[in-house]
Design a protein around this ligand. Sequence first.
Ligand code: S3P
Length: 449
Amino acid sequence: MSGHGDPIPMTSRRAAPLKGVAEVPGDKSISHRALILGALSVGETRITGLLEGQDVLDTASAMRSFGADVRHLGVGEWSVHGVGVGGFAEPEDVIDCGNSGTGVRLIMGAMATSPIAATFTGDASLRSRPMARITDPIALFGARSYGRSRGRLPMTILGAADPVPVRYTVPMPSAQVKSAVLLAGLNAPGQTVVIEKEATRDHTERMLAGFGAELSVEETAEGRVITLTGQPELRPQSVAVPRDPSSAAFPVCAALIVEGSEITVPGVSQNLTRNGIYITLVEMGADIAFENPREEGGEPVADLRVKFSTLKGVEVPPERAASMIDEYPVLSVVAAFAEGKTVMKGVKELRVKESDRIDAMARGLEANGVKIEEDEDTLIVHGMGPGGVPGGGTCATHLDHRIAMSFLVLGMAANKPVGIDDAGPVSTSFPVFEPLMMRLGAQLVRGNR
Ligand code: S3P
């Protein structure tokens, strides 16, 4: 499954009971951050378990363009000789971040307080996504940006030659924006303060502290207040990237809806800023055992033993959205096999992901006989019970890996096969999805048949 080139149509047929162990790849968020923080340290950072999906490979190339020596040593094993905070060189060419919002937004932040210019672009999906959420706060440091209308890529950023520290309240729940401001703050003198009203994934804070930055986090009435002292010397680290809980959600959800299934998914993060999907699935009645709780790569993890379950619809509280923002597409598939309706509120950020995920899921579920309701900020799925989803539709994936994988999961339990127009984007986050799911018992075939 390649993210570039001709579309790869794929069909998912009703699967045999899924059985076995699903070892999902490394966490995408942590992989991007390991490369970027490695590039901002002086000396050699060693990374194991790096996700070798296209998004992360694009960030690795970008770090080379800014002067870091990034080497692939073996499967998941990478070395980064960094240039230090403030040491980024000016790239000679345009930085292509492919499909990755996380890549481009974090890197824009990381270069915004260095006296260099860089021009960023990406694929059609990334070029349609809003970047003002980054260019607004980096302007406060003194950076300037020149992009297309409505703050879209391609875009040139002129980093601030004399950056000033900022105090910034992130206007939407976004770990990317929070992280971009913190990374920009690294090369500003004094203290940069970022306030988030709702907690979002906290990998940047944890990893910055691990790389030796002085950083404090305070829970206040205003929200989470993160204070970073600028111009530290980051110390290179050994980073063991844990498995991605967002990728794990696909085999977990598939096993819950394919009758007779029983699988194990080892090393799934239980980080409270990432585990909303697992809390929700348990509320729906999912039979998931969380075994061998331990710490891996600085994250709390457990082995998940998952069995086919009869599920009921639930209302997902809006305040849980940030901790499961990437899992709503696959949750809406699971919801189609539950009894009763599942209400997902407070999810308008889904409209500006790799695709408009509310629209993409609504259209694809309808095409497969599932009744939905939607508004700007809400998706409601009317469950049809186990074995109740007709299927038989073909879904547009809009260059969105999670939409593609969600509809392939739908096909595993629907009565008729479910097609997608393009499985290519799956390689951005889960390059081994097809063989891994086939080994468990899924029936994925190339083409729309
Ligand atoms: C990510 C943050 C989230 C998430 C994305 C990864 C990150 O995006 O959807 O897949 O690594 O910081 P937002 O910051 O836009 O919510």
